[in-house]
Ligand binder design. Structure first.
Ligand code: MG
Length: 254
């Protein structure tokens, strides 16, 4: 069921958005060569405790997960692109790290993701991050009242395809509210003018993710981390936004 929020409720969702944005910013600053992924998870966990927020991940146990997630953060490195379960791994020079974080504040959830390179970047990784970031911007730009879900999907895919990338539609954006994942699903490719008509008060996470040379993924032995089938690297960018009468509100803007 797709739920719409009143303008007052959208205002109530802002603290969660600001908190999630703040955590993502701190993680991006902390991520560096020599930093352990478990330390990044601990940093996010500490910020959750200090804010009195509630993790959306730690008890998360959907049908595709092997067990409750157990951490508060997703850390996906290099050929891992989504749902990366933090593990005892020290970041190396040139690693491409995607962090994905969602938490609830005052009973409302926000969800955001960011990819960065630690140390010396490969040019192709910076390009992949840039394309993914532009796809997110295009998707947000299409999130206007009277457009449809397919317009967001199409806008994302146009950027990805324009860069020569193949697009996986298995995992994508979603409704956000009292819980992390609600309707509608927002695939990262779709037909313009199709799907649910966007209305003010629709709050959604838009999250393009791309791999360099494939659209095929598999689940790591940890039961969570999604890796590219061919070992190529991935990038992931996500914001939680609210559709309004005018420009969308980016609740997780940094
Ligand atoms: Mg997310």
């Amino acid at each position: 069921m797709i739920e719409l929020r009143s303008p007052a409720q959208v205002e109530q969702m802002r603290p969660a958005g600001r908190f999630v944005a703040d955590v993502i910013t701190h993680l991006a600053d902390a991520a560096d060569v020599g930093v352990n992924l478990l330390d990044l998870d601990a940093l996010a966990h500490q910020m959750i405790r200090e804010r009195g927020a509630v993790s959306c991940y730690i008890d998360y146990h959907p049908s595709f997960g092997a067990s409750p997630f157990g951490k508060v953060l997703c850390t996906s490195v290099n050929d891992a692109v989504l749902h990366g379960l933090p593990r005892d791994y020290v970041l190396r020079d040139g690693d491409l790290l995607s962090v994905d974080f969602a938490a609830s504040v005052d009973g409302w959830v926000s969800d955001s993701a960011l990819s960065v390179v630690v140390g010396t970047p490969r040019p192709e990784d910076l390009e992949l991050i840039d394309v993914t970031s532009r796809a997110l911007d295009a998707g947000i730009g299409a999130a206007r009242a009277d457009n449809r879900i397919g317009d967001i999907s199409h806008a994302i895919a146009e950027i990805g395809r324009g860069a020569g990338l193949r697009i996986n539609t298995q995992f994508g954006g979603h409704g956000v509210g009292r819980t992390m994942h609600g309707d509608p699903h927002i695939p990262n490719d779709g037909r313009p003018g199709r799907g649910f008509k966007l209305q003010p008060g629709l709050v959604i996470a838009i999250e393009p993710w791309f791999l360099h040379t494939t659209d095929q993924i598999f689940t790591d032995a940890d039961g969570w981390t999604l890796r590219s089938q061919d070992g190529s690297r991935g990038a992931h960018m996500e914001h939680t936004i609210a559709v309004t009468e005018g420009d969308p509100i980016v609740l997780t803007a940094r």
